[in-house]
Design a binder for this molecule. Sequence first.
Ligand code: GCB
Length: 575
Amino acid sequence: MPVPSSFNDISQDWRLRHFVGWVWYEREVTLPERWTQDLRTRVVLRIGSAHSYAIVWVNGVNTLEHEGGYLPFEVDISSLVQVGPLSSHLRVTIAINNTLTPSTLPPGTIRYMTDASRYPKGYFVQNTDFDFFNYAGLQRSVLLYTTPTTYIDDITVTTGVQQDSGLVNYQISVKRGSQFELEVRLLDAENKVVAAGTGTQGQLKVPGANLWWPYLMHELPAYLYSLEVRLTAQTSVGPVSDFYTLPVGIRTVAVTESQFLINGKPFYFHGVNKHEDSDIRGKGFDWPLLVKDFNLLLWLGANAFRTSHYPYAEEVLQMCDRYGIVVIDECPAVGLVLPQHFSNTSMNHHMRVMEELVRRDKNHPAVVMWSVANEPASSLESAGYYFKMVITHTKALDPSRPVTFVTNSNYAADKGAPYVDVICVNSYYSWYHDYGHLELIQLQLGTQFENWYKTYHKPIIQSEYGAETIVGFHQDPPLMFSEEYQKALLEQYHLGLDEKRGKYVVGELIWNFADFMTNQTPQRVLGNKKGIFTRQRQPKAAAFLLRERYWKIANETRYPHSAAKSQCLENSPFT
Ligand code: GCB
């Protein structure tokens, strides 16, 4: 089985595609001698993600268990590999179970079919309440790496702006040592040192700082400094040093009653929702696919996406930092629709997942907001306390970013909305309601926005809208599933959005960037086809429509950066 990849679509065996239960990965490797003989070296096994429950053995010794499929975990295996002169042989065994239960994220239910006249003995199905295929396996890289025995464990950076100076606050956690020194340097993009400090925490001041701006908002978007942290320490077996470089974007994020501000300027999200999904790989990480997706985002004039409906690979966020694509970072809480999904067990797990997510993604300037869930049954009584707790916990973990969850509940019934900073609302007018009646969209969208705004006085993002479209289906006048219908539906939504844009609607994210695989149901034709690109990343007609709109929005004078305007025009398809 290749790693990284989902296991489902690799073989010709249909049983593996639908398999629910334990799968086993095993790999033997030879470690460099220095790793096993130098006792100042710490050897770590890091798993980028294992969906969904994993147990890890190293040379047959049970070393680690982890719950949750979309975040990394690691274990110090030094004591297992530094056991003698011939210890360089290593066997890593990982058992993974993709079963989803009421307390996993996302949740699911195993249902045993007991009617012996219709099902064989022991027959069960995995039920879920989300609309993507539950791909599983080692979908991200598995790494072995080393650090010194006293090492830099974590760095937390937050940034601010004071007049024309950038402020970089850092906090460094060092583990397994008390006698150490830390030197910190901040380098600009030309590798010039612009500020320096020492110790585990401090503030660096950068006069005349280049701020990190989103794509199309400034002539020099996505400016990154690099923070170098150098540790020197004394250990019982001699001196060691550790070194780490962290890209840093200096920017601020704030939310008012009606605006989303980046560096104090109103920001309008014009972007997409994505999935980690492609032919053969499933949710397996793949660089060519990622770079292709970024080329499409830049082509489209998209400045943002939501990691619907789970945290994406770290490389994705690194690309966002580098290209100025703003991210709403979502945790895998999708399909919380039953009362038992709001239990204390679920809540504790949900909070742990948020801790892992914030720890992993907190330093990415591209991440401007956390989303703690997608379309939960937030009108249930228990959802109020649940979201109050999860959101409060997330804000305590990271006071520097707003927090939201994405709702499709009625504005008057939503028990979680009081706790979010931004209302993110999904609606499918003229698709799941009033099928085919495009003429109703503007009225219904206007009502939706007015209701939410008058109730909460918070900025609103249209976080999903769209239409299922089979590429190559044509009908004029437009009929559902044709490319013409997708275009016409988008046009009606855009008229409604333009009514409120610049007032309190601060963004629109199309559902979806590309077609993606789902469970088999009579409603899905080889998956969800609401992509503006096919699963193979070819444009449908709607992609061109959206491209025209996004570049127009970017070119509007609302962005008071004249340089950005000219840059947009240079790259824009309309010059
Ligand atoms: C939604 C969900 C998304 C689905 C989409 C659809 O509201 O958030 O996961 O895929 O609708 O196409 O039905």
